[in-house]
Design a protein around this ligand. Structure first.
Ligand code: ADP
Ligand code: TRP
Length: 347
């Protein structure tokens, strides 16, 4: 992981309320979670939550999920399974928080304040909006305002560091630019300028062996699924025509490429050696080892996942302290914004 060198020099470390570095990251509840998500987003976030020097706020961004109006109920339905999955896989909820975006009206409020100091042309230049137009789609105003909402997710919680993939770098520039625009407009340091942490995780290939693993390409290996479904997906992994006893190159073997993103170091070297040697180790063997290792790594968490999935009250209890902490950050920041704007209160 490498810190980006964007225009972020103004990080106001003095404002940190505790000695912990406050990380905030967002994940959209939009579909079945796969090994690509695990490798690129979930595992790094869980590791950050296990570091005592960090305070991680993981936000399930259900409002962002609403930008696809054909699937308007999906984010609402998928947010709990996503939260259950993070908890089951080891997110440290004792010192950190998992929050649902739509439970924080302060985000919408600050998003409006940020929009009112931002030129509309800046939003029109966002990649997602421009791509939708270029592909002949009719983007909604929601998609246009997506970067303002995301900036507000970050700024409403006085976040210091925001770990994201490369594809989100532009959004992070927006967040610091909007914070700066607002601070300049009101001549006060209301919003903390966040720092992007651009994660350098390589992109995991899908079962087709060509494109990145993505639910949009239907080439994914799920994290939690029935054995039957997993077997069906693993069967789909593309291989070349090398025979049982031919030496095989692990670097071009899609089974191995996906395998090494989740398997234990011992299991990785076991498969690597056998592929290279060939003799008596064909793709069928590699696929069987893949399924066994998948069960070993993720099977242990399935019971926990199902427990959290089916007991929303148990999850609510676990999330409560983090919610209260996050709520107090959001209240403080929003109060600063209102006061700086000279908004009155008769309530
Ligand atoms: P999908 O492409 O299946 O729609 P998302 O865009 O919802 O996945 O992915 C959420 C996050 O998971 C991404 O921001 C990225 O960090 C990570 N991710 C998704 N697919 C991959 C992949 N194939 N390799 C590495 N990371 C990935
Ligand atoms: N736009 C991000 C994505 O598509 C998700 C997101 C929303 C986010 N709000 C955020 C990420 C705040 C980091 C911080 O992946």
């Amino acid at each position: 992981m490498k810190e980006s060198t964007q225009n972020l020099e103004n990080l106001d470390i003095q404002k940190m309320k505790s000695n912990k570095k406050r990380f905030l990251t967002g994940i959209k509840p939009t579909g079945e979670v796969h090994i690509g998500n695990y490798f690129g987003a979930i595992k790094p976030c869980i590791e950050q939550s296990q570091d005592k020097d960090n305070e991680v706020i993981l936000m399930c961004v259900d409002w962002h999920g609403l930008t696809n109006k054909n699937e308007i109920f999906r984010p609402g339905e998928l947010s709990h399974p996503l939260i259950a999955l993070y908890l089951a896989l080891g997110f440290n909820i004792n010192d950190n928080s998992i929050v649902l975006q739509s439970n924080f009206p302060q985000i919408q409020e600050n998003s409006w304040y940020l929009s009112c100091v931002t030129a509309s042309g800046m939003l029109e230049r966002s990649h997602a909006y421009k791509d939708a137009l270029a592909n002949g789609k009719t983007p909604t105003a929601g998609l246009l305002f997506y970067p303002a909402l995301m900036s507000s997710d970050i700024l409403t919680f006085d976040s210091h560091f925001v770990p994201v993939g490369k594809d989100q770098a532009q959004h992070l520039e927006y967040a610091s630019d909007m914070a700066q625009l607002f601070n300049n407009a009101v001549k006060k340091n209301v919003f903390n300028i966040p720092k992007a942490i651009i994660q350098e995780t390589p992109t995991l290939v899908g079962t087709d062996g060509e494109r990145k693993m993505s639910k949009s390409y239907d080439n994914v290996i799920p994290i939690f699924s029935t054995k039957k479904e997993l077997e069906r997906k693993v069967k789909e992994i593309k291989t070349d025509s090398k025979g049982l006893d031919d030496p095989k190159d692990p670097n071009t073997c899609t089974i191995f490429q996906i395998f090494k993103s989740f398997a234990s170091p011992q299991a990785i070297s076991y498969m690597e050696e056998r592929l290279k040697r060939g003799i008596g180790y064909g793709y069928g063997h590699a696929k069987k080892d893949f399924i066994d290792e998948h069960e070993k790594v993720f099977g242990a968490y399935r019971e926990k996942y199902e427990y959290y999935l089916n007991d929303i009250n148990a999850v609510r209890k676990l999330l409560r302290p983090g919610y209260e902490r996050a709520h107090s950050y959001a209240e403080q920041v929003t109060k600063r914004a209102r006061e700086a704007l000279n908004l009155k209160n008769y309530w």
